[in-house]
Each structure stands twice: as structure tokens, then as C-alpha cells.
Design a protein around this ligand. Structure first.
Ligand code: PLP
Length: 471
């Protein structure tokens, strides 16, 4: 005899998790964003010894929530602007729960038919939305760091193959590859280059917004012949700036270089008729990396690698073993990524896109940019503060004249809890950096954010530079 239902074994724990999830989501918009304690504070509450005896699933969930609660940060708040975060659409979160319940290994098309097929469809939808060549290979990875790595490995092997080098030998005895990027290259591209054996990129300059210096790139490409990879950027983490793709790709391709674009959040400008001019020419690159867990607002972990030449992707990242089912003529998901077994992380993308439609994605991206422009307008009206970057997309860098005041403002904001923004240094100046990436950041969130910044500026003593000193 079987139990009445296998679901019974899960029911209590899932219901407890469901209840706690809704309790969190009910308060995430309005709770203070900051945690009550830091990681060390949470560690102090956790028993470091692995218990000898287990306990029931429901008791585990209750203990987990109790331990985690004081350190949870409202990253899903519409006033959380740190890093580049995103939020979560209801359809995407619900789909993510089902992905766990179904527990399909989505490395291959068989078994795993449904989730592999859903990922193929969401991948095609992404190519269409992002204006990329529709025959490109698509790989779902954990984030843009892994997407950059996947694409750069395909790039490395392709430029070596062009010189007659056998990619099976990796970089052993291979010709030297020049890896070039602008000065504002993202740290993840540097890391990916190191892991891929390319080393950190040689930087060729950038303008004041962080856009690659195309003359510098031209000079670097002309200086040496041989295999080359150029990394461009759609969306600088400080300024939001986009490289001049048309000019940079023209010169790179003239010299036979592979062009990769890191568009972790910026590639989404393509989904908006109003903003897609920022990406003019980007569709002529050879590979692209983006995140769905940032701009698209699906749960972590979800990055996407795209390679124009699908065969190059499969040649570098595909795997073959006797026990792995090979479906003739169609690549398996594991042929496009450095992973084999994995969750169906493209299914929440399918759900988010299905719930939004292409018009909804355009509205999402336009809304984020409208909020960034609204923040910048509000900040400029606060005496003693200035916006340092051209607000072309979702990023706003705020500063006062004195670095120490800017640092103090960032600390005040994060301690007060209405707003969370990162402190950084940009163009040699301290800044408080706002990255708008949550779908809930509306006019009301902008107003509350500007109010909080005005209160913070007053509290730390930032005054208009024109105002006479107070004696
Ligand atoms: C966030 C980001 C990355 C890294 O993406 P992860 O998803 O954190 O791995 C790379 N490039 C840019 C421009 C980013 O904003």
C-alpha cells in the first residue's frame, strides 16, 4: 500500500514556507530596508555544530525563518538601489517554485522535455526582444559573470581555430590572443578573461561617461596582428552609458576581432522603442551576455549567454559521453553552457515574458529609466548636491562637493532605512550610486527617495555652495 498522497509528506513544510513567503512579500515594500543585524550577528544566533539528530521539515522551516529574519534586507523594495538588483514578478516567482517542485534536470532535452522546450521558447523570445540574430545559440547560466565567461570561452576557441589551432589543446602552445576593453570594463569581464586564460583585458581608454575610446581601440588593433577579442559594454554600472557599438564593431571586425558585449542590464534597452537607439549596431557583435535577474525581475539565479555562431558555442561548451542522450541535429541545453545538471532557470523567464508580453517589457524598461530621470531631477533641486553622470538609462551618481560629505550621506541613508544606495568612487570622486532596477520604483518611490536624500543632506550638513558659511 502507498501512502494516501506523496504530497502529504511535503504539505506542512510547503505551507509553512508559503505562509512565511507571503508575510515577507506583504511587508517588503514598506519595511525598513536595512537589516537589524549583520552576518556576524546572524552567525552568533546559529549553532555552529551539526546536530546529530534531525527534525521535522516544518520545524526546519520555522527555525530557518527565525534565524534569518533579523538579517534579511528588503532588496525587493522599490527604494533599494544598491548593486544592480531587480525584483521579482509574481508569475516568475510562482514558476520558480514549480521549477523546484518539478525538479527537472534541464541539462538535456531527454529526459527533461518540457522544461528544455520552454527554455528554447523563452530563449527565442529573448533574441527577438533584445534585437539579436535569431539563429544565435542561447545558454542559461547563473548570472552575467558566467554568461561573460561562456561567451569568452567560445570567442577564445573561435579566434584560435581561425589560426589553425586545435581548441582541444586549450591555450597550450596557442597564439597569444589580445583581449581589449574600455577603461570602464566591468570587474566580471576581467574575472571571466582570467578564468578563460585570456588574462585581464588591456584597456584602451574611455570617455568621461565610461564609453570605450574607439580611437584607442583602433590604435591597439593596428599595433599588432593576430587573434583578438574586444569586450564592449551596454550599461556602465556608474553612468549607465553605452559604448558606440557601430564604430567599435566596424573597427574590430575590420581587424578580424571577435566582439563580445557585456549587457548585464543595458541590453534590455533594446526592448523599448524609445531607448533602443542606445544599442544601435550592437546586433552586429559576435556574442552577448545579460541577466534576467536584474532588469527582467525574475528570481536569482538567471543569466543568459548568446553566441551568434551557435556551432562555435557548441564546439566550446558542448559535452559528449556515452551515457548522455544525444538528440541528433538539435543541441542540448548542456551544449551551450559550462554546466551539465541544472535547474530549469529559463522557465521563470518564460513566465515573466508570458505575463508581460513585449509591450510590458518595454513599459518596464521605460519605467525604470523614467524613475532614474525623476531621481536625478529631484536630486538636482537639493542644495549642495549634484548628479555627475548623463542619465541616459537607469543609473544615477550623486555627489556633494566634499567627498567626506558624500560618504556621510551614503552612510546616513543606509542607516536610516528608507533608501539603500551604494557608496562608490567614480571619476575620482565619492558618489552615492542609484541603480534603478525594480519594477516597483514608481513616482511615489521616487518622491520618497528624494525626500530621504534631502533629509540626509540636511542631517550631514550639506549646504548649497552658494550659501554663506554658517558661523
Ligand atoms: C551585474 C553585472 C555583471 C555581473 O552579473 P552577475 O549576474 O552578478 O554575475 C556584469 N556586468 C555588468 C555590467 C553588471 O551590471
Amino acid at each position: 500500500m502507498h501512502d494516501s498522497s506523496a504530497g502529504d509528506e511535503y504539505r506542512d513544510a510547503l505551507e509553512a514556507a508559503h505562509r512565511h513567503a507571503l508575510a515577507w512579500l506583504d511587508t517588503v515594500r514598506d519595511r525598513p530596508i536595512r537589516p537589524e543585524t549583520d552576518a556576524d550577528g546572524i552567525l552568533a544566533r546559529l549553532d555552529p555544530r551539526l546536530p546529530e539528530d534531525g527534525t521535522s521539515p516544518t520545524a526546519v522551516i520555522e527555525e530557518l525563518v527565525d534565524a534569518a529574519a533579523p538579517g534579511l534586507v528588503a532588496m525587493g523594495s522599490p527604494r533599494f538601489y544598491g548593486l544592480v538588483i531587480g525584483g521579482t514578478y509574481p508569475a516568475a516567482m510562482a514558476a520558480d517554485w514549480l521549477v523546484s517542485a518539478w525538479d527537472q534536470n534541464t541539462g538535456s532535452r531527454q529526459p527533461g522535455a518540457s522544461t528544455a522546450a520552454l527554455e528554447e521558447v523563452s530563449g527565442r523570445w529573448l533574441l527577438e526582444l533584445l534585437g539579436l540574430p535569431t539563429s544565435s545559440g542561447v545558454g542559461y547560466v547563473t548570472g552575467a559573470t558566467s554568461a561573460n565567461l561562456s561567451a569568452l570561452i567560445a570567442a577564445r576557441d573561435a579566434v584560435l581555430r581561425d589560426r589553425g589551432h586545435d581548441a582541444a589543446r586549450g591555450i597550450q602552445n596557442a597564439p597569444t590572443i589580445r583581449f581589449l576593453a574600455g577603461d570602464a570594463v566591468h570587474a566580471s569581464v576581467v574575472l571571466a578573461g582570467r578564468i578563460a586564460g585570456l588574462g585581464a583585458p588591456v584597456t584602451v581608454g574611455a570617455d568621461e561617461q565610461g564609453r570605450i575610446d574607439v580611437d584607442g581601440l583602433t590604435g591597439a588593433l593596428e599595433a599588432h596582428a593576430g587573434p583578438a577579442i574586444v569586450a564592449l559594454q551596454a550599461g556602465d554600472v556608474h553612468s549607465g552609458a553605452f559604448d558606440d557599438f557601430s564604430a567599435a564593431i566596424d573597427v574590430a571586425h575590420l581587424h578580424g576581432a571577435w566582439v563580445h558585449i557585456d549587457g548585464a542590464f543595458g541590453l534590455w534597452a533594446a526592448a523599448s522603442p524609445r531607448l533602443r537607439h542606445l544599442l544601435a549596431g550592437a546586433e552586429r557583435a559576435d556574442s552577448w551576455a545579460t541577466d534576467a535577474h536584474k532588469t527582467l525581475n525574475v528570481p536569482y539565479d538567471c543569466g543568459v549567454a548568446f553566441v551568434r555562431d551557435e556551432a562555435a558555442m557548441t564546439a566550446s561548451l558542448g559535452v559528449h559521453a556515452a551515457y548522455l542522450p544525444a538528440v541528433t541535429s538539435t543541441a542540448d541545453p548542456y551544449d551551450h553552457v559550462p554546466e551539465m545538471s541544472r535547474r530549469a532557470r529559463g522557465v521563470p523567464v518564460w513566465a515573466a515574458l508570458r505575463s508581460l508580453g513585449s509591450r510590458g517589457v518595454a513599459d518596464l524598461v521605460d519605467g525604470l529609466v523614467d524613475a532614474a530621470v525623476g531621481l536625478a531631477d529631484g536630486f538636482r533641486r537639493i542644495p549642495g548636491l549634484e548628479v555627475l553622470n548623463d542619465v541616459v538609462f537607469t543609473q544615477v551618481c550623486l555627489a556633494s562637493r566634499e567627498d567626506a560629505d558624500t560618504v556621510a550621506l551614503g552612510e546616513w541613508l543606509r542607516a536610516e532605512g528608507t533608501v539603500w544606495a551604494s557608496s562608490s568612487v567614480w571619476r575620482g570622486r565619492a558618489v552615492v550610486r542609484f541603480a534603478v532596477s525594480n519594477r516597483g520604483t514608481d513616482a511615489e518611490a521616487v518622491r520618497r527617495t528624494v525626500d530621504a536624500v534631502a533629509r540626509g543632506a540636511a542631517a550631514v550638513g550639506i549646504r548649497d555652495r552658494a550659501a554663506p558659511p554658517v558661523s
